[in-house]
Design a protein around this ligand. Structure first.
Ligand code: GLA
Length: 426
């Protein structure tokens, strides 16, 4: 969060200083940087896979309950997810009781979360993980549970008291754009005021979509990540819509992203039902190139070894988490092939070639390496490693050469280009 200290001019006349302080307080420019999400947040979020299943009597294993989160926490540690970097275990909508308690505090549903959120947070922390929770800026959550409007300070303090580490703040049931925007800002400051480090995940720009263009520079000053587009679902069509929206709006969104604030194209649905293998590869590769938060929504109790290996792929995660923190973009689209690239630290670049066709077999595609990374990715040469769908060291390329590859329909080939290895060789 880029909440900067405002400039204070000691020579200002007191009344101006007072006015400035009031304005800063209202508009948030004086709030402190929370220092979080220096790289995109990684973790697990229940929504896409478990939605709002309240029926613990008939479906005890998939209803939204403390048992679900405790099981996921255990698996995140035992099955290598935590080691791979997935740290935040996040609750989405439908955790609450239908009413606030006698002191107006939000409370977890007592049947489904008998130990309450504080105990769940303790458990999650004992595993070395962090806990995320969900609330809504308006009068109700999207699923109709109590909203935070009118209770921002109380809810922020409640979450801090419970030991919550991330808040996903949704934007349903808000009665005006003004309330929505002020609410998102206010909650950011309220979280900061608690003194607890809480990642702030917003949906602010998504809810502005029908009305006006979001001011991303402003949003970045309040949120650690922000959803821009509609909810992901477990389908190829959904992934395509998100990628199309992102490339169409890249001029507005790419440069805003960086350490502390990220565009959020929504959860990873790898390991579920709707995507073919190649489509899962595409999601993983492009979410890495887009510097997206990696929040899986799947069932870690039942996940194929292939999906697990893809989600835990160290090289691809390293691209996503690259400390330079620059988001990638679509470089070109021709003949149903898209070329995406992302600058990385140490003069490296990630390059993804997507085959958009949904007909035929693997397609061959060649690209002059000189056209990649503003002409410098491979100048005077570079070492190229293919990372997805399988890892292969392709070797040294001169700047005059072509990178040629085959890409399956709806699939993606992901590469890393290292100019620094070339320098080392010389
Ligand atoms: C909205 C959000 C989703 C999810 C649901 C919960 O649709 O965009 O990500 O949180 O609400 O109701």
């Amino acid at each position: 969060m880029k909440l900067r200290n405002g400039d204070q001019r000691p020579d200002c006349v007191p009344v101006l200083l007072f006015l400035a302080l009031v304005l800063c307080r209202v508009f948030g420019a004086r709030a402190l940087n929370n220092g979080l999400a220096r790289t995109p947040t990684m973790g697990w979020l229940h929504w896409e896979r478990f939605v709002c299943n309240l029926n613990c009597r008939e479906e005890p294993d998939s209803c939204i309950s403390e048992q679900l989160f405790m099981q996921m926490a255990e698996l995140m540690v035992s099955d290598g997810w935590k080691n791979a970097g997935y740290e935040y275990l996040c609750i989405d909508d439908c955790w609450m009781a239908p009413q606030r308690d006698s002191q107006d505090r939000l409370q977890a549903d007592p049947q489904r979360f008998p130990g309450g959120i504080r105990r769940l947070a303790n458990f999650v922390h004992s595993k070395g993980l962090k806990l995320g929770i969900y609330a809504d800026v308006g009068n109700k959550t999207c699923a109709g549970f109590p909203g935070s409007f009118g209770y921002y300070d109380l809810d922020a303090q409640t979450f801090a008291d419970w030991g919550v580490d991330l808040l996903k703040f949704d934007g349903c049931h808000c009665d005006s754009i003004e309330h929505l925007e002020n609410g998102y800002k206010y909650m950011s400051l309220a979280l900061n005021r608690t003194g607890r480090s809480i990642v702030y995940s917003c949906e602010w720009p998504l809810y502005l979509l029908p009305f006006h263009k979001p001011n991303y520079t402003n949003i970045r000053q309040y949120c650690n990540h922000w959803r821009n587009f509609y909810d992901i679902s477990d389908s190829w069509q959904s992934i395509q819509h998100i990628l199309d929206w992102t490339s169409l709006h890249q001029e507005e969104i790419v440069d805003v992203a960086g350490p502390g604030g990220w565009n959020d194209p929504d959860m990873l649905v790898i390991g579920n039902f709707g995507l073919s293998w190649d489509q899962q590869v595409t999601q993983m590769a492009l979410w890495a190139v887009m510097a997206a938060p990696l929040l899986m929504s799947n069932d870690l109790r039942q996940i194929s070894p292939e999906a697990k290996a893809l989600l835990q792929n160290k090289d691809v995660i390293a691209i996503n988490q690259d400390p330079l923190g620059k988001q990638g973009y679509r470089l070109r689209k021709e003949k149903d092939i898209e070329v995406w690239e992302r600058p990385l630290s140490n003069l490296a670049w990630a390059v993804a070639l997507r085959n958009l066709q949904e007909i035929g077999g693997p397609r061959s595609y060649s690209i002059a390496v000189v056209s990649l990374g503003h002409g410098v990715a491979c100048n005077p040469g570079c070492f190229i490693t293919q990372l997805l769908p399988v890892k292969r060291e392709l070797g040294f390329y001169e700047w005059t050469s072509d990178l040629t590859t085959q890409v399956n329909p709806t699939g993606t080939a992901l590469f890393q280009l290292d100019a620094s290895k070339m320098v080392l060789k010389n």
